[in-house]
Design a protein around this ligand. Structure first.
Ligand code: ZN
Length: 408
């Protein structure tokens, strides 16, 4: 396939793009992209296009072409709504106080435990459909609402089924240590042993149900010693660590992520200079989730400071029913530009090349480069600055996954 008449091609180099390199997204006017076997075979100014039969042509009509967006942190699949909590928070309660009064994650856990694998799939499909329409071609999905071995497996199998049922490529993460279920109240260590039990991890790894192992390590969640136990056990089964770190307080989670060579440390609202230096030294991607702070009305993570510290910063929706019921990665980029002061090129790098690095796929996804998967989005607007300048307005015209038009 040949995509021609591209008004502006946003050339994102392969990630991870660290610090100042996040500004290395360039724009190429009057460009073309040639695709072969689902991969980018050539890109450049149209006048330099090698003369040969590239197959069917797709007219970008003078719009912008970007790499497919990668949502590298979501809690899909889940079921149910927590809009009542949303209202309680607006009226003045905090996320933590709602959690301590029996609300929060436990509400979703009860709903997920009641749901069948098929119901999890059915409720997630339309969500993924809307994400596809917003330009997402790859999405990380976590378990973490089942909180028993069988319900965690049910969530992971639902992710596997969802992967085969729609065009977005799904990257599964096991987040068994997401919250302490009611039946383990006061026995967090016993729960940790239950949810990182040898048989469970063997099944997850053997059936390739997850690529990564994640833990919610924070005040009011699991401590560093507990997180370490789960992540080290996961590592023994080939599950690379990720970590929910420094969201509510700084308890040492970021340093643990760096020490274990985590592929990403996510949230980081409370990260300090030492934590950032540790992540930079370890090559761990900093995943910032401004949808959560926007949704909860709390201060954002300081992404500018992270970039100044030389980190590769990625952005994601954190899509979940409690703290970020946001499916739109373009909205996250809008918030990052307006509130976190990321430049449009940096925001795009954060949702493509660096998001690919946050899921261990920077060699194949998230860039405009020969040999990379032809995951591309055509926008009906000239330039990414114009795109991010208009929050709340969909500019996606066509979505391509591995060289195939998958939307509309
Ligand atoms: Zn999360």
């Amino acid at each position: 396939m040949l995509i021609h008449n591209i008004g502006e091609l946003a050339v994102v180099p392969p990630g991870p793009l660290r610090g100042a390199a996040m500004r290395s997204v360039t724009s190429m006017a009057d460009a073309a992209v040639a695709i072969e076997d689902g991969r980018i075979a050539w890109f450049g100014p149209r006048r330099d296009l090698p003369q040969r039969d590239w197959g069917p042509a797709l007219d970008a009509e003078g719009g912008t072409v970007i790499p497919g967006l990668i949502d590298c942190h979501t809690h899909i699949p889940f079921v149910g709504s927590r809009s009542h909590e949303f209202v309680r928070r607006i009226a003045g309660e905090t996320y933590l106080s709602i959690m301590q009064s029996g609300g929060g994650i436990r509400v979703t856990t009860e709903a997920v435990r009641r749901a069948t694998q098929e119901q999890l799939v059915a409720e997630s499909l339309p969500r993924l459909g809307r994400m596809l329409a917003s330009g997402v071609t790859t999405c990380e999905c976590k378990s973490g609402y089942g909180l028993t071995p069988q319900d965690e497996l049910k969530q992971l199998r639902a992710i596997r089924d969802l992967g085969g049922g729609q065009p977005i490529e799904l990257i599964p993460t096991f987040l068994g240590a997401h919250a302490l279920p009611a039946e383990f109240e006061g026995r967090a260590d016993a729960f940790i042993d239950c949810i990182s039990d040898e048989t469970l991890l063997k099944t997850i790894a053997g059936d390739r149900l997850a690529r990564f192992c994640d833990v919610f390590c924070d005040r009011g969640a699991f401590d560093v010693a507990q997180a370490r136990r789960v992540l080290e056990r996961g590592l023994r089964h080939g599950l690379r660590p990720k970590l929910h770190a420094d969201e509510l307080a700084q308890i040492g989670a970021t340093r643990l992520a760096a020490e274990l060579g985590a592929v990403s440390a996510d949230h980081l609202e409370h990260v300090d200079d030492g934590g950032m230096a540790a992540l930079a030294a370890a090559g761990t991607v900093a995943v910032v989730l401004p949808g959560t702070s926007f949704f909860l009305g709390i201060p954002h993570a300081d992404a500018r400071r992270m970039i100044a510290a030389g980190l590769a910063v990625a952005l994601a929706t954190d899509c979940n029913p409690g703290s970020s019921m946001i499916e739109s990665l373009p909205l996250i980029m809008n918030i990052a530009c307006c509130q976190l002061r990321l430049l449009p090129g940096e925001a795009l790098a954060a949702c493509t090349a660096n998001a690919a690095a946050a899921i261990g796929e920077a060699h194949r996804l998230g860039a405009i480069a020969p040999g990379f998967d032809a995951d591309l989005v055509v926008l009906d607007v000239l330039g990414i600055a114009e795109w991010m300048y208009t929050p709340g307005r969909s500019r996606v015209r066509t979505v391509i996954k591995r060289g195939r038009v998958v939307w509309p």
